[in-house]
Design a protein around this ligand. Structure first.
Ligand code: AMP
Length: 364
């Protein structure tokens, strides 16, 4: 039977991946009357905790994937490193949105950079380091050596200053496929999160101003206090990317803004993004609801900023401070329900929302 274009409330959404992004997607889906089934190999899934079910099987278990796909109406993924083959297997049974192409591009930094360039999206200068010959001829020094695959939150990369440190870093990264990027002297980092619906309609959330420490996102502030032309370029790049990917779903594009106001794309993720968590508390539509709307063929929601806000990640033991956030009337606390607060682990976030001064206090 042909899948209907609109997947109405009451249907079931399958989510590949069981982390906090899946969890917040499942919560938003529930608000619109959908059920979610989570597929992930993890023993405990924090997305599964708030979903109708958790299928705990491996990503290479073809039979389990087929059976999972058979029980849902549409499938999405909450992390970009989900194996392409798993997505392809699900696609034989049910629509997977955003599909194979976005992860094919996002899973490989060199491919990603080439894809950006083909769409006219500016990037830092870079060159491949995949062999001893390319290592010997690399010129972008000082630079940042990054593995082409499986790097995230600053992992799988090293700052290098000269040939000796470049060679040592390549050795340490296991002589795998890498790219060497020029170090960008940026004034700030921003991200554009774009939703694209089944009908090709697109909405870009207001650009977030991001602060990273040790490669991990710490805060996102919206509205971003940047010149209008910089914001317009960041949005244009995000929209070009969503169109270029022929996306149905969400894509986040992280960018640098150089000191002279040039916008350069760093990397993309075809899923909800940490820098979009502020949308839950301070935007007319959250990024998670927007994803549900997009993949189910519903109209996209408005993306107006309801109040200036700043999202702060709670990393590791910082989440233990939850009583402090609960006591702060401007703070909205989100805890992900992870069992152990390992250093560097994203345990939750808090969004500070500027109170609406003009609203009178309720008397009831
Ligand atoms: P990534 O894993 O590529 O997202 O990088 C994590 C963080 O490292 C970025 O958010 C930046 O703060 C920093 N970074 C990555 N690439 C560069 C670059 N080419 N120049 C300067 N800083 C970078």
């Amino acid at each position: 039977m042909k899948t209907p274009r609109i997947i109405p409330p009451g249907s079931t959404i399958g989510i590949l991946g069981g982390g906090q992004l899946g969890r917040m997607t499942a919560l938003a889906a529930a608000q619109l009357g959908y059920r979610c089934q989570v597929y992930s190999p993890d023993e405990h899934s924090i997305a599964g905790d708030v979903a109708a079910g958790h299928v705990r099987r491996a990503y290479d278990d073809v039979e389990a994937l087929r059976s999972f796909a058979g029980q849902v109406d549409v499938i999405t993924y909450e992390f970009e490193n989900v194996p392409e083959a798993a997505v392809a297997t699900c696609l034989e049974v049910k629509p997977v949105r955003p599909g194979v192409k976005p992860i094919h591009v996002a899973q490989h930094r060199l491919r990603e950079k080439q894809f950006f360039a083909a769409l006219g999206i500016g990037t830092a200068a870079c060159q491949p380091v995949r062999s001893k010959t390319e290592l010997a001829t690399a010129t972008l020094l000082p630079g940042i050596l990054k593995t082409c695959q499986e790097g995230y939150d600053g992992k799988g990369q090293a700052r290098v200053t000269d040939r000796a440190s470049l060679a040592a870093a390549w050795e340490k990264l296991g002589r795998c496929e890498c790219i060497l990027e020029a170090v960008v002297d940026f004034q700030c980092e921003v991200s554009a999160i774009v939703a694209r619906g089944l009908d090709g309609a697109m909405r870009c959330f207001p650009i977030g101003l991001n602060d990273h420490r040790d490669g991990i996102l710490r805060t996102t502030t919206v509205p971003a206090d940047l010149p209008a032309d910089v914001l317009a370029t960041a949005e244009r790049f995000g929209l070009a990317l969503a169109r270029g990917l022929d996306l149905v779903g969400l894509v986040a594009l992280e960018m640098f803004v150089t000191r002279d106001g040039t916008v350069l794309a760093n990397e993309m993720a075809p899923r909800p993004h940490n820098s979009g968590h502020w949308t839950i508390d301070a935007c007319a539509t959250s990024q998670f609801e927007q994803l549900v709307r997009a993949i189910c063929g519903l109209p996209l929601g408005p993306v107006d900023v309801m109040a200036p806000s700043r999202m702060e990640n709670l990393i590791g033991a910082e989440a233990n401070d939850w009583p402090r956030y609960l006591a702060d009337p401007s703070a909205r606390l989100h805890l992900y329900g992870k069992a152990s607060a390992r250093p560097g682990r994203k345990m939750g976030h808090v969004t500070y929302v500027q109170p609406a001064g003009s609203c009178r206090r309720s008397t009831i």
